[in-house]
Design a protein around this ligand. Sequence first.
Ligand SMILES: *Cc1c(COP(=O)(O)O)cnc(C)c1O
Length: 472
Amino acid sequence: MESANPDQPALEAALRHSVAYLRSLATAPVGATRTLEELRDRLAGPLPPCATDPEQVIDELAAGVEGGLLGSAGGRFFAWVIGGSVPSALAADWLTSAWDQNAALYACSPAEAVIEEVCGAWLKELLGLPPDASFALTTGCQMAHFTCLAAARNAVLSARGWDVERMGLAGAPPIRVLCNSHAHGSALRVLRFLGLGTDCARNLEVNDRGQVEPAALERALASCPDPAIVLLCAGDINMGAFDRFRELIAIARAFGAWVHVDGAFGLWANASPTHRHLLEGVEGADSWATDGHKWLNVPYDSGYAFVAAGSAHRASMSMRASYLTHAEEARDPFDWNPEWSRRGRGVATYAAIRELGRRGVAALVDRCCLHARALVAGMGALEGAEVMWEPVINQGLLRFPDPRPGASQEDHDAHTDRIIAEIVGTGRVFVGGTTWRGRRCMRISVCNWRTTEADVAVAVAAVRDVLAAERG
Ligand SMILES: *Cc1c(COP(=O)(O)O)cnc(C)c1O
């Protein structure tokens, strides 16, 4: 019998599999349990010669990925900075696909254009940014950097009488980019995309808290005749370090430099009265990039770009075409975004902010920071572990020194990596390694709304068991 709605069986199958998957997060191994070969065996195959029933496609897809998904949506995943999805954001993301709107223009999707407008206003208020800043909803923080730094490129060159959008970079005054030396690789990658090249970047010395020294910035700007962009950190990936925005931005201002802030997750500390002091003065920057898919816990892909001087932002992104209908009064996302056709990615953000509210976002940030501190303290107190960095926000570092007498730095590094692999091998918790100040460390990062005290206890117990087994 023909189904009344051809979409329904596949959607219902997706709901069943989704709920089963989310339920399994509490108990299933956090790491993958299938090898590359097994996954290829299950998922590859000849190009399908003919049609398959949609529901069967979904059932087989769910079976095929089994054991090949990480439990990063769950509460015991502390590697990298990866959030989960709050329930309404996940459901809203499904609706986004069902509605299947092209969110490029108001004319293509009036409701989604308005949702993005609302998201922009809510996000600026939550994150403590200037209410008249322009914004864009991008695929992630890297593309938010791209958007912000395109605006920066436009502004610093137009101040030298160069219209980069028309004339390109050949023959343009060279741009110098001065970076916190802990800046994330995504910002440097964007320098390649923007034709600036990584050679234009210079590292600024940081102190032992990962902050650019004001004197170092002043020296670098004083000796730089070129238009300059200064890249500061609101939460670096190892220590969660915050630059001293008020002082540094004042110096950059005096030299006419553009200040861009990478706040992929750290900017969310500004939503918490407990942590806001770390970001004092950040609102004085020229542009800010952050993510929704990390600390706000919306599904991928969700990043946010904000620019104080909306005119430079618009000049670098806006587009007109005779076959399009451009809005007079509404906001066309297309004028602020690098993409043309795009999904209505504001929908999930809108839902998450409504679900959590201002107080819920603050509570989520504070809770994650408490869990990070408890994880690092609990693991650091174990015999065979050493705390390298106590969380200031949600990021901490540990290390597992080689207990053999006379062990070298290399031995400690190798031992740390081996213990990390064993911890991941338990399937009870997922952590990752990093090199910090020349040493291998285990990184703890907490930004999932699902993480509970019970998850923290399981994670500490997993590390305890691995270290105990190691001692024999
Ligand atoms: C994750 C991260 C990025 C990159 O963000 P994407 O959303 O992956 O593009 C940039 N900077 C920092 C500090 C990050 O943690």
